[in-house]
Design a protein around this ligand. Structure first.
Ligand SMILES: [Ca+2]
Ligand SMILES: [Ca+2]
Length: 151
């Protein structure tokens, strides 16, 4: 039996032509490619979301670390200012007892780890006989300020 006769016999027995089989196979291949591309895009979106989320978490963690450093620096500033008041001495040499590095020069502010701080002191505030100490700690882009009133 020749090949043409075989094809003709198959066409008759299956009820459809070889071209129909070829088209069905081609449609299936096209469908598989489309599904593959859709899955690829979904996997890519998941990966991008995970990387973005991890980056955001990292940024928050760094910001929190800076905030903690700035807070402890501000607290250290208050402690130094209270010490100056208790000793009645300008120990840091900024010209005022009770203030720390309050000389309008950020470059010479004391450091605590990676943070820097300065303390301003205002006498008779908020009431006569009281003193307000305002300590500013900074680390990276973060600033923390604490205000203490001392009698
Ligand atoms: Ca001082
Ligand atoms: Ca200073």
């Amino acid at each position: 039996m020749s090949a043409v006769a075989e094809i003709s016999r198959r066409r008759c027995s299956a009820g459809d032509s070889i071209m129909t089989h070829v088209r069905k196979a081609s449609d299936r291949t096209g469908t598989v490619i489309v599904v593959f591309i859709v899955v690829l895009i979904m996997v890519e979106l998941i990966i991008v979301t995970m990387v973005t989320s991890a980056s955001r978490d990292h940024d928050l963690t760094v910001h929190r670390a800076f905030t903690v450093e700035a807070f402890y620096a501000a607290e250290a500033g208050v402690n130094m200012a209270v010490r100056e008041l208790m000793e009645d001495s300008d120990e840091d040499g900024d010209g005022t007892i009770g203030s720390i590095s309050d000389d309008s020069n950020d470059a010479n502010d004391p450091t605590l780890g990676n943070a820097r701080f300065l303390v301003t002191s205002t006498a008779d505030t908020p009431f006569p006989g009281q003193r307000t100490l305002t300590s500013q700690g900074r680390s990276g882009e973060t600033r923390r300020e604490m205000t203490n009133v001392i009698e």
